[in-house]
Structures are given as structure tokens and as C-alpha cells.
Design a protein around this ligand. Structure first.
Ligand code: PLP
Length: 469
């Protein structure tokens, strides 16, 4: 399997060559030359597999340049019961009205990003060792991504992580989660400023090409193809657990921001998994909902991006969306390049009724939207009717699923985080604290390891240089 760019300007590369790349050299995103098709006999055989075995079977189709035994080891180390709290890794629970919740948030940072990031940590270590290289990851986080990356990369040979976070701006729980890591290769840097300042510093360091090359600076952003592939696995797993046979069809409802999660659902559907519909759920930042309703894709700037109570979806530029549009326009790289020239110039594009018909009928996409009051009402409703406390993002999904669900349709809602991470909103809804999973009881009282710096790229570079010796 070889990989191409959504903008058509890259010679095909094997999987391992793409793992450490961010964007393709032409600014596009990487995708496989074609999606493998899964026949009925294979689907029947896969139904019997445990999570890690299933992950091996699916990922090997995309990563066919990794020897089978090596990939088995990578996947077995990534998806262990000790890491995800149960042998099932991603169990399903049912609400009283039949809605299924696929639990993707039982990993070390209590959010679905662990599902892909744990695999990425093992994969990076493997690829770096094969090539005799090292990597220094520099990132900025306002919460979920940074902690998932740190927990995936902790203790990995050949990898150092420098993670910038806004000093005093994250919740006590989020701070404790990151700063309590004592691993020598994890470096928490609290920046005296906002999240945007952290991001500007990362950009400034990335743009210092000499520094970047000398210190082998890389990232773990959400456009990494290996993350998408790892997420494809739980759509198959969720389908098998939510159905009794491969004759059935299911729909998935996905709380979305960067379109990475639901993009994996799209790939699973293209591979032949019997998915009826993919329901994209957004919060008040509804750029994606606008597209699926009107055909207009118009990313917004930070001045029009709202701070909400489902903060991990406060995104107005869905970076993985380009992958879906590439498939939608018949994999015409020149057309994607034309559309994103408009996006990159600060505008957007409008697709016609014909294209939007295909979005709905051929690709199965629909969307829904949720706001703060809906979120609070859904959290209350699910608690009262089912005795289950859901987090704010998952609540956005449940709201959209209940609104759009058809008679007799099996809908699986993806749980993207646990409520313990968003205690303030849970208290607003339920007047009590969310449950804490075992092992997190005393998180905030653990010793913390963090260096505070002013919002100054030069100071961050000096710290990196000093640390790497
Ligand atoms: C990252 C995240 C999302 C959005 O996922 P995308 O892949 O960016 O669409 C939703 N919910 C939670 C809790 C997240 O951390």
C-alpha cells in the first residue's frame, strides 16, 4: 500500500516513510492510493477477534511494509487491558431507548485520543529505532491532545516531548494529569500567556528551519494518517459489538471538531463495513454542520470561534475534512488544490446540489448541532433515565443522534471523553461531582514537574537546547 497527497503533488510513498511526516510536501494530507475492500468471509472471521487481534488485521492492510510479527508486537503493546481498563478495550453500553455508547475513553487520559495515540507511541518508537533516528516532539495544548501525546510517548526510546500549555488556564485536573508525569523524556512547559501564544511559539520554532533540522523537531498533530488508521479499528469493533450478525447495518454518531474521528468512520465505510449513516455532531462551533446542511465550507478565524462547555470541539477549521473532500470529488487532486487555495486565502467554497446529494446518499453523511442548554439537558436526561453520567462532548453526540435517529435504526454514539475531565459543567447539570475512575482519586495531590517560561520563542528554544545537551 502506497500513500499519495490529497493535492496530487507527491510521488507515492510506502507507509513507514509517511509516519513521521506531517503534511505532504505540496501542503496536502496523506491518503492510501485506494482503500482495501473487506469481503463477507473476512468480516465473518473478524467478528470473532479480540481488540488487539482485530487492530492487527486492519492495520496490516495499510502498513504492509512492517513485518507481520513486528506489527503484532506494536499492536499488542498498544492495546493492553492494563492500559484501557478491561480486556474489551472499548466496551459497549446501551441506554434504555436502545442507543449504544461505544466507550473509547477508558485509556490513561480518559479521552478517545488515547485509542490512536497509544498506537502512535509504539509505532514512532519502532520506526525511529529501525531508522536509527531520534525525534523531539514540540507541541502546544489546551488540554486533551497534549496529555494523550505525553502518556503515549512517556518512556519511549529516542523520543523527547516538549509540551507547551498556557500557565494557569487549564483545569486543576488537566494540569495534574500532565504535570504529574515524572518520566525523564517528558518536559512540561507552562507559558505565561494564552493557548494562542503557545501555538505561536510552536510555529516560530517550526519556521526556524535550521533549529528544526538540527534538533529533529517534529509534531504529533491530528492530521497524522497513522492516527486515522488506528481509529478505523474501533468502527469495526463497535459494529461487531453492537450487532448480532454481519447482515445488520448500523449508524455511528461522532462528536466532531477536526474531523479526524469521523474521517476514520468514512474510511471504514469505504472498506465495506455495513455502515448506514455517519452522523457528524458539532457544538456551537458549527462549521461542519453548516457544510452538511448547505454545501458551504467556510472555516472561521479565532475571533469567531466560541469557548464552549465542550471545549475539545471548539474548532472552526476541520483539518482532516480535506481527506473526505478528496474522495467526494473523485480523488481529483487538482480540484482539491483549487478548493483549498480558496480556504487558505481566508475564504471557503460552495459545493453544488449534485455533490451534496452524493455526500448524503453515496457517503451517508448527515449532521446535527448542540448548544450549552442542549448539553446540560442531555446530561440530566441520561443521568435520570439511565443512571449514566456522560461527558459534555458525548452529550452533544447523544443529542444529535436522538434528533436524527430513524425508526429501527441502530445508532452507536462514540464516547469521546469521561465526565471526570469536565467537572464544572457536570456540577452545573447534576449538582454533584462526576464519578472519578479508579486510580485518579488523588491526582491533584501528586508532585508536579513543570517549568514556567514567558511567552518567548527564544526562551523555549534555549530550554530545548539545554535539555538536549
Ligand atoms: C479531540 C476531541 C473531539 C474531536 O475529535 P476530532 O477528531 O477532532 O473530530 C471530540 N471530543 C473530545 C473529548 C476530544 O478530545
Amino acid at each position: 500500500m502506497r500513500y499519495i497527497s490529497t493535492r496530487g503533488g507527491m510521488a507515492p510513498l510506502p507507509f513507514c516513510e509517511t509516519v513521521l511526516m506531517g503534511l505532504a510536501p505540496d501542503g496536502g494530507l496523506l491518503l492510501p492510493e485506494r482503500y482495501p475492500r473487506i469481503d463477507r468471509a473476512t468480516l465473518d472471521a473478524w467478528r470473532q477477534l479480540g481488540y488487539a487481534e482485530l487492530a492487527f488485521e486492519i492495520i496490516r492492510l495499510f502498513a504492509d511494509d512492517i513485518p507481520a510479527d513486528d506489527l503484532k508486537g506494536i499492536v499488542a503493546r498498544a492495546y493492553r487491558a492494563e492500559t484501557f481498563g478491561s480486556e474489551a478495550i472499548a466496551p459497549i453500553k446501551r441506554l434504555h431507548d436502545g442507543l449504544a455508547i461505544l466507550e473509547l475513553s477508558n485509556g490513561p487520559t480518559l479521552a478517545f485520543k488515547d485509542m490512536a495515540m497509544q498506537f502512535l507511541g509504539q509505532l514512532f518508537e519502532y520506526v525511529l529505532e529501525k531508522r536509527g533516528e531520534t525525534l523531539n516532539i514540540l507541541g502546544a495544548t489546551s488540554g486533551d491532545t497534549g496529555s494523550a501525546a505525553e502518556y503515549a510517548m512517556r518512556g519511549k526510546r529516542g523520543i523527547q516531548v516538549f509540551m507547551l500549555s498556557p500557565d494557569g488556564k487549564m483545569s486543576a485536573f488537566q494540569r495534574a494529569q500532565m504535570y504529574s508525569l515524572q518520566d525523564e523524556n517528558i518536559h512540561n512547559i507552562a507559558i505565561q500567556g494564552m493557548f494562542d501564544d503557545c501555538q505561536d511559539i510552536v510555529k516560530a520554532v517550526q519556521n526556524d528551519h535550521a533549529f528544526k533540522a538540527k534538533h529533529k523537531i517534529g509534531t504529533v498533530n491530528s492530521i497524522n494518517w497513522a492516527r486515522v488508521v488506528a481509529q478505523v479499528v474501533y468502527y469495526f469493533h463497535g459494529y461487531f459489538r453492537a450487532t448480532a450478525s454481519n447482515d445488520e447495518r448500523v449508524s455511528f454518531c461522532v462528536p466532531s471538531g477536526n474531523f479526524g474521528n469521523v474521517c476514520a468512520g468514512h474510511v471504514a465505510r469505504q472498506m465495506g463495513l455495513p455502515i448506514e449513516r455517519l452522523i457528524v455532531a458539532t457544538n456551537e462551533n458549527d462549521v461542519l454542520d453548516e457544510f452538511f446542511r448547505t454545501g458551504r465550507y467556510a472555516p472561521r478565524g479565532s475571533e469567531r470561534t466560541y469557548v464552549t462547555s465542550s471545549p475539545s470541539m471548539d474548532i472552526s477549521k476541520a483539518s482532516n475534512f480535506e481527506r473526505f473532500v478528496f474522495d467526494l470529488v473523485g480523488r481529483d487532486g487538482a480540484e482539491v488544490k483549487r478548493l483549498w487555495a480558496e480556504v487558505d486565502a481566508g475564504g471557503g467554497f460552495q459545493l453544488d446540489a449534485d455533490a451534496m446529494g452524493r455526500v448524503r446518499d453515496a457517503f451517508g453523511f448527515v449532521s446535527g448541532k448542540s448548544a450549552h442548554a442542549d448539553r446540560i439537558a442531555t446530561i440530566r436526561q441520561v443521568d435520570a433515565e439511565d443512571g449514566v453520567v456522560v461527558d459534555t462532548h458525548t452529550a452533544d453526540g447523544i443529542k444529535a443522534a436522538r434528533e436524527l435517529r430513524r425508526e429501527g435504526e441502530t445508532v452507536v454514539c462514540l464516547e469521546t471523553a469521561l465526565p471526570a475531565k469536565f467537572a464544572e459543567t457536570i456540577r452545573e447539570a447534576l449538582d454533584r461531582d462526576p464519578p472519578r475512575p479508579a486510580g485518579f482519586e488523588a491526582l491533584e495531590s501528586l508532585p508536579q514537574r513543570v517549568v514556567t517560561l514567558p511567552a518567548d520563542a527564544g526562551k523555549v528554544k534555549a530550554l530545548i537546547e539545554k535539555t538536549l545537551g
